[in-house]
Design a protein around this ligand. Structure first.
Ligand SMILES: Cc1ncc(COP(=O)(O)O)c(C=O)c1O
Length: 412
């Protein structure tokens, strides 16, 4: 019997703890708790009827192929549908620019494996998507973060960070951003900043990873061109795009795709060969059908209206229950599934989380969204999953909980 397993773990994994918030989510089993914590799309928006129809048909017609190993890069029908899906967003790709992934998280993992050696630097926003931090952490990089601004990444801040790092001989391997309705803040990057970020990428020869799970979930304002499409207008080659069907269609199938220069995609496909091999054909066929025959554009409009109403209810209730004197501020997103709340300095939302559970409401403590030096007085709120009535009730509970915490911290 082996006694000391840990001494045998690889250097990368010895120090790796996975998702720290997993333990917190275990506390949310009580059905009375209204959770604003997960990043779940609403099942009300699942295309249940269409999915059942397509599922029955493809299993009837094609079971032998569906249950077989399939191409590593992806099913041809899905690759074709992805080319069209991106074309409607002004992104021109061919098969050699695409690798189908088994979810956005998988796409992030592949990128981490491709680019990062221990000690390499990744440049990112503060805050940024916790799942990206967790995926990249597996390669033991260092994170250099710059506080995000109301109109997206602080590109000037990125530039001076790069200059400082370059003086220390630490050129970042890539810049990771979520320009549309960022998870966790809900913030969208302005067109000017997208262009400036591309200039920065060119000036310093550092690729951009553009993660776009929420791009179609715009509830207010005009669509802003993706960084990938802007790059293509100038010859391309500086951006890798990361997509998932998890939010737009459903998370259960675990399908996404990465796009980029052929040599990057070829390597990502090699890595995929060594980890999941192929993404299940059934899941890919369902996603291809979503793109081509389930009324996607109509579905997107429906989602926009449905989530916009929830966002409005949430923001309206926040204004009512968090008067200015409480010193609590929050972002007002134009789309996506999240917003970001900042509490007065001194409140640690990790501690507050346990209090909030007593008030039967939950959020994600903000510290997990920082690659380094977390801001502990912050939290991420998801407004897509709970019903409108639950959202109102959740805000009231949160206000009671935070109010209580504030008065006890002021009393001390
Ligand atoms: C910015 C971002 N990237 C990637 C993902 C991962 O997507 P998936 O659920 O397909 O793994 C998410 C999911 O919340 C996300 O918000």
């Amino acid at each position: 019997m082996i006694h000391n397993w840990e001494s045998r773990f690889s250097e990368n994994i010895k120090v790796y703890g996975g998702y720290s918030i997993g333990k917190l989510f275990d506390l949310l089993k009580d059905p009375e708790i209204i959770s604003l914590a997960g990043g779940l799309p609403s099942p009300d928006m699942f295309l249940a009827h269409e999915m059942r129809l397509v599922s029955g048909r493809i299993l009837q017609e094609n079971l032998e192929k569906i249950m077989q190993y399939t191409a590593i890069r992806g099913e041809q029908t899905l690759l074709d549908a992805i080319v069209q899906f991106l074309d409607r967003d002004n992104i021109k790709v061919t098969d050699e620019n695409i690798v189908v992934t088994s979810s956005g998280q998988h796409g992030l993992d592949l990128l981490g494996r491709l680019f990062l050696n221990p000690g390499d630097t990744v440049l990112l926003d503060r805050p940024t998507f916790a799942g990206a931090i967790v995926a990249f952490q597996m390669q033991r990089p260092e994170f250099a973060g710059v506080d995000i601004e109301d109109d997206g990444s602080d590109v000037a801040g990125f530039r001076s960070k790069i200059e400082t790092l370059e003086r220390e001989g630490r050129k970042p391997k890539f810049i990771y951003v979520i320009p549309d309705f960022q998870n966790p803040s809900g913030i969208t990057m302005s067109l000017e900043k997208r262009k400036a970020l591309l200039d920065l990428s060119r000036d310093h020869d550092i690729p951009i990873v553009e993660d776009s799970p929420y791009r179609d979930f715009r509830y207010y304002g005009e669509t802003i061109p993706s960084i990938y499409s802007l790059d293509q207008q100038q010859g391309g080659g500086n951006v890798i795009g990361l997509y998932t069907f998890s939010k737009l269609f459903c998370p259960g199938l675990r399908v996404g795709f990465n796009i980029g220069p052929p040599e990057v995609i070829a390597k990502l496909t090699n890595i995929k060969e060594g980890n999941v091999l192929n993404t299940p054909k059934y899941n890919q066929d369902m996603c291809a059908a979503f793109l081509t025959e389930m009324g996607m554009e109509e579905h997107i409009l429906k989602c926009r209206n449905y989530y916009r109403e929830k966002l409005d209810v949430f923001l309206g209730t926040m204004s009512e229950y968090f008067p200015e004197e409480m010193g609590v501020t929050w972002t007002k997103p134009d789309g996506g599934l999240f917003l970001w709340v900042t509490l007065p300095e001194g409140i640690d939302t990790h501690e507050l989380f346990y209090e909030a559970v007593k008030y039967k409401v939950a959020f994600v403590p903000g510290d997990v969204f920082f690659g380094e030096n977390p801001k502990r007085n912050t939290m991420r709120i998801n407004f897509s999953f709970a019903s409108k009535e639950q959202l109102e009730e959740a805000v009231k509970r949160l206000s009671d909980c935070v109010g209580n915490q504030l008065s006890s911290s002021r009393g001390n």
